[in-house]
Write a protein that binds this ligand. Sequence first.
Ligand code: WT7
Length: 635
Amino acid sequence: MSSYQIKNLEEYYQVYRKSVRDPENFWAEIAEEHFVWRKPWDKVLDWDFSKPEVKWFEGAQLNITENCIDRHLATQADKTAIIFEPNDPKEKAQHISYQQLHEKVCAFSNVLKDQGIKKGDRVCIYLPMIPELAVSILACARIGAIHSVVFAGFSSTAIASRINDCECNMVITSDGSFRGTKKIDLKGIVDEALESTPTIKSVLVVKRTEVPINMKEGRDHWVQPLLDKASMDCPIEIMNAEDPLFILYTSGSTGKPKGMMHTTAGYMVYSAYTFKNVFQYKVGDVYWCTADIGWITGHSYIVYGPLANGATTLMFEGVPNFPDFSRFWEIIEKHKVNQFYTAPTAIRALAKEKLDYVENHDLSSLKVLGTVGEPINEEAWHWYNDNVGKKKSPIVDTWWQTETGGIMISPIPYCTPTIPTYATLPLPGIQPALMDEQGKELKGNQVDGRLCIKFPWPGMARTIWGDHKRYKDTYFTAFENKYFTGDGALRDTVGYYRITGRVDDVIIVSGHNLGTAPIEDAINEHPAVAESAIVGFPHDVKGNALYGYVILKETGESRMHDNLRKEINQIITEHIGPIAKLDKIQFTEGLPKTRSGKIMRRILRKIACNETDSLGDTSTLLNPEVVQEIIDNKL
Ligand code: WT7
């Protein structure tokens, strides 16, 4: 029995049981039948969560781009691999066939090699959602360089810290990017970052906006003339199964961003298998994920997962409200999109607009709708189901993380009955556990606890770049021999999972994972600020918004406060990016602290959420009197 694409609920349960009973054979069969290898593995799995160490398909050799591109050339060279839909609908969409993708990736690989990039080197990619972003990722993978994509909305400080953390040798960027009516000077931002990145030797620049930029002699090169001269043939680098494929940074609840390191074979098998099942992709379908490739969603479900399955994947450069709020629906109609994958925050924003935007478009091509990044509330779920899916396209609420590499808990459309707000069932190979705070596993149904995973899966990150101890401390220490996700979840009477949200100091804003500590660190750099604390509060579009409590060194006059608020958000924009800006900033005399000096964010969160009647016992605080002051001055 081939279990590659599950067809009904009964088959799901069968396959799931097999994946738990015999995980090694389960994954080995999938890996053997559906991928090309240059050398088979010696051992399917080697693992020890106490170290933690996880190795999948050890001894095997392969190249992921051979799996994503070359192997499709014999059967579907002319099939569209990537549809590129530009920011401006007046600009023509591009259809890049598998043959053309092969040529582009080979040429780019040769340019990288000419610039001295070799296996194991780290390359930072800071590009908008244009085909060169996918091409440069694949070019790195083809020659064995490790890509580190930095979302093109991040600031120069954020780029510099990511470049320095993994010591990249090269940056690939563009003159600029288009976002709606705006042009953004990406190269200028990179130039600023490169003032403090000693390891960068060269910069490749893609032309997009044609806005004049500075090119530093000897360091910066326009990529097109180099591509024009490059050969369109480039042999693959033979990679070991556990060779690093990429690094992608994600916020932690403390400290600097964590460079999650994913490796080659396991990630490939997992992203491809989950893509095929969760979207029920069929030959000829057009699939569209609206995420940016700068996030894990784009890595796994715009580039690697779809291409490994020979799919047609759509890349959209623009934003949902340009030229107007019908853009998503217009694109679905224009390209006859069959699977559409987006974020709850986008759904909530679009649901606020006139229904005409949706209704004036033919969305009958849609077969599967997906959401990712944060819990989807019931209202948004129904709006999506009624108006976009017309009650005939199942919604897959997919729960996963940068760390997991691929979707972990999700319905399989046309198999798993869906319920709003439930991510439903674990995918084959995934063994969730709910834990109580004492570290005991909660068995059976109708329980609520901390979500852990108790057995390895091929797509999991193997370490934090340069800091294995932090990897262990963050994910493998809270619960013995289990991967701790940082999320809370409940399991209902039939065994369906519902994710209840973060249980640590990470706040999900518009589907972006933001740690409180880096934001507080940025604010504290303001010369007038003594201390600060950030919490989340509910927001009808963003899911959560940020509320900052700030202690000033000197109490200013209130008319100065608005200026300070602007300056604080400016500092955050510079250090992290505009996504981390605070919606509300309350100046306060003190912050509630425990006797050991730790800020009690729980209390601040309740105040920000207007839940002051359930603050609990505050008498054990070091400074209980500040609580009333904060409540009285709440914004
Ligand atoms: C965190 C991971 C996975 C790619 C995008 C985000 C939250 C993600 C869901 C969902 C409820 C979700 C979790 C998770 N999250 N998907 N379907 N329902 N919460 O990746 O930036 O690594 O964030 O996003 O809290 O831990 P990320």
